[in-house]
Ligand binder design. Sequence first.
Ligand code: PRX
Length: 634
Amino acid sequence: MHSRIRTFGEYRAAYKRSVEEPEAFWAELARRFSWKKPWDTTLEWNFAEPSIQWFRGGVLNISENCLDRHLQERGDKVALIWEPNDPTEASQKITYRQLHERVCRMANVLHNNGVGKGDRVCIYLPMIPELPVALLACARVGAIHSVVFAGFSSRAIADRIQDAACKLVITADGMCRGAKRIPVKEVVDEALQECPTVKRVLVAKRLHLDVAMKPGRDAFLDSELRKAAQKFEAEPMDSEDPLFILYTSGSTGKPKGVVHSSGGYMVYADYTFRNVFQYEEDDVYWCTADIGWITGHSYIVYGPLLAGATSVLFEGIPTWPDGGRFWEVVDKHRVSLFYTAPTAIRALMAAGPEDVERYKLSSLRVLGTVGEPINEEAWEWYHHYVGKGRCPIVDTWWQTETGGILISPLAGITPLKAGFATLPLPGVQPVLLDAEGTELAGRGVEGNLCIKFPWPGMLRTTWGDHERCRQTYFAPYPGYYFTGDGARRDEEGHYRIIGRVDDVINVSGHRFGTAEIENAINEHEYIAESAVVGYPHPIKGQGIWAYVICTPRAPGEEQLQAEVDELVSKLIGRIAKPDVVQVVPGLPKTRSGKIMRRILRKIAAGETDNFGDTSTLLDPEIVDTIKEGALVKL
Ligand code: PRX
């Protein structure tokens, strides 16, 4: 069997085999790796509990598979190219051998600081080499990493640290993003006031700021690394031992910690990376995501390193010092595989073609997008201006929970269609269900996207609350994994992802639950109640519209918006700030007290009629009042 698909016929054959003989299919792929002990059973599963076990009884360490496994053949090959925020600062190239040594040293530091198998480590770092090194070092000692995106606030960090009872935090003194400097250590210090489980904090020096260090708790990473030995024997891990936790938002309450396994995740990240991008040994691959999100975990760190690829790690942003920054980096490092988000493409598109036309981009071979639906205009722009009409675009659909890409073209192998994620990867069995949970057969149908068979990269549980995992993903449609997305299968059998069918908003490819934002807004002393919805936004995909009911002493709308911004930034992070805050006298509620969000979504989208049946509303007139108030803001 081929672990790399090379033709459409091979894709069809691989897909067929993956459905007919899933265990044999995945077992063959898993044999590419170094196992300290082979597995006993390839798959045991039951979606009712859920209980999903791949390669049970197998013993491995993923850091060994990312690093040690390559040393003989490609020890001197560049594993990571670090491109700093500021183009005038030198980039760094780190070979597999050097990365191996850095990871071993970091693993020793963790071990020396009392971290061992099963302990949770929170990583709050900017995009500097210490970040992938920290992930791999955690994996090497058997600790479970929980990366928190460095744009989240201290309250959000504290929530995540408390939920996982992390023992140690790895952070930096500060970070840079475009022209901004951010005092990262201060944010962590504030969070840690509420986190008694954290015994140690290791601080990387990025900006060489004069930061406060708490005696007995805080240490600088560089001095710890100097004391550490160069070798570290990787901890034997069971295939099903958790590798990491990553928090993501759902439609209710607090973000949940999605748990991924060691063995299955490894096999899946590697297979999908190599096949979707059609990776070749001399490619230079660049995924512009942040490692704080799943895309960075699977397709900056694990997937590319498992494949022995050269992966670019970019600290900056697409628009600084100007809109040509991405393209400058592509030419500079001769990037051949480029993976970004539709929101970045739309932002650069809005700035005009001059910035992209200044660069050759002749090294590019494959383009990818992820995180949200890509509109046709952005797809065409990407294809024409960036890919010069010759690079296939892989529109990859997946989720934090899926661990890796589920539906996507294979670059240059399977057909492309703008706006479509197209076909499922081998091993992935998507179905569309109607509201009653009946499978919609055939083509030209639209429904709730579910997956009916396990794949190795899928989540295993949500940290500390298995029941929540069951309720969220496996209870809505018994016997299926429910994605939360709606999709359409067209006449040719290609999938188009329509968007979330639950109360999740996707802002610039980042997920937020409406309840999560409402809870933050409701902490305002003069806000009695709020309702948040997403609305179409030209750059971000979706913007956040907050309808708020105020108490009598509230400030004017402008002042209120500023205060809400500050509150949401403090409680979640700047990325979750509402774009619009509209003061309303009431909300459209049914007699049972349920907010009719459908109406609020329509108003925010600028629709003035077609509100459907409003007869069950307690006060139908409120709809007109809200509509009038909204018109001023549109
Ligand atoms: O709604 C889908 C959207 O992003 C959600 C998953 O978000 P997250 O867990 O943060 O992971 C993002 C990166 C994998 C999905 O439920 N989404 C992701 N990729 C696409 C997409 N929507 C349309 N097309 C995509 N390619």
